[in-house]
Design a protein around this ligand. Structure first.
Ligand SMILES: C[S@@+](CC[C@H](N)C(=O)[O-])C[C@H]1O[C@@H](n2cnc3c(N)ncnc32)[C@H](O)[C@@H]1O
Length: 209
């Protein structure tokens, strides 16, 4: 698929439904996909890296966000890991939202709420944001996007972002630090960086693994 297409609200690519497995130690789903959404042919390697190496979830009735949910591998995995959570799955792409909704429903994941960005309740804050963010929208659009949603983290909230090194993960981490976020490199493998971003902390950028 053309990389230019997947973050539009109405993808032009003609529909060609498919299925991809999401297999993790604690998750086994066959997910509906389609042309016009990100990584329709297989679970993205960065997404898999995030889901395998992200931190344990806070349990209980927390509010989580999957920023840029696509067809929903992150949102569905989070909802399986914490069935009491409300997982706000957000995407601009309506085809992606429909797929994510269908995938959550097929898996019986009632905690997944699939919405367009403007449908997020105004006062809501998030205990954690998980994201394989849309790097290809461009640096300044990405910075605006992250500023907007990181600003909605609860006081002790953290964000977990997977970014390809060659697409600017390290400069993004520096920019986040410069904006006053504490950014820690939780992991790094095969060209991917896994960044933990926290609202209030004095810890410097370093690598834990
Ligand atoms: C790298 S893809 C990740 C998709 C999915 N989470 C996955 O792991 O397969 C990033 C997603 O962000 C979405 N996106 C782009 N701009 C956005 C915005 N302003 N707000 C929310 N989502 C956006 C894209 O449509 C795309 O689905």
């Amino acid at each position: 698929m053309n990389d230019q297409q997947y973050w539009t609200s109405h993808p032009a690519a003609r529909s060609r439904p498919g299925k991809v497995p999401l297999l993790l130690p604690d998750v086994n789903l066959l997910m509906a996909t389609d042309r016009g959404v990100f990584s329709a042919d297989r679970i993205d390697r960065g997404t898999r890296f995030l889901l395998l190496n992200g931190p344990p979830l806070e349990m209980g009735p927390v509010d989580l966000m999957d920023l840029g949910c696509g067809y929903g591998p992150i949102a569905c995995a989070l909802a399986i890991r914490n069935p009491e959570a409300t997982v706000w799955a957000v995407d601009v792409n309506e085809r992606a939202r429909a797929l994510c909704r269908a995938n959550a429903s097929a898996a019986g994941l009632d905690g997944v709420r699939v919405v367009a960005p403007e449908e997020i309740p105004k006062e809501l804050t998030f205990d954690a944001i998980w994201s394989n963010p849309p790097i290809r929208i461009g640096k300044s659009a990405l910075q605006d996007l992250l500023s907007r949603w990181l600003g909605r983290l609860a006081t002790d909230g953290t964000a977990h972002l997977v970014v390809q090194r060659h697409l600017g993960a390290d400069s993004l981490a520096r920019w986040l630090d410069d904006q006053g976020w504490t950014t820690i490199r939780r992991g790094s493998r095969k060209g991917f960086r896994l960044l933990d971003v926290a609202k209030h902390s004095e810890e410097p950028l370093n690598e834990k693994s």
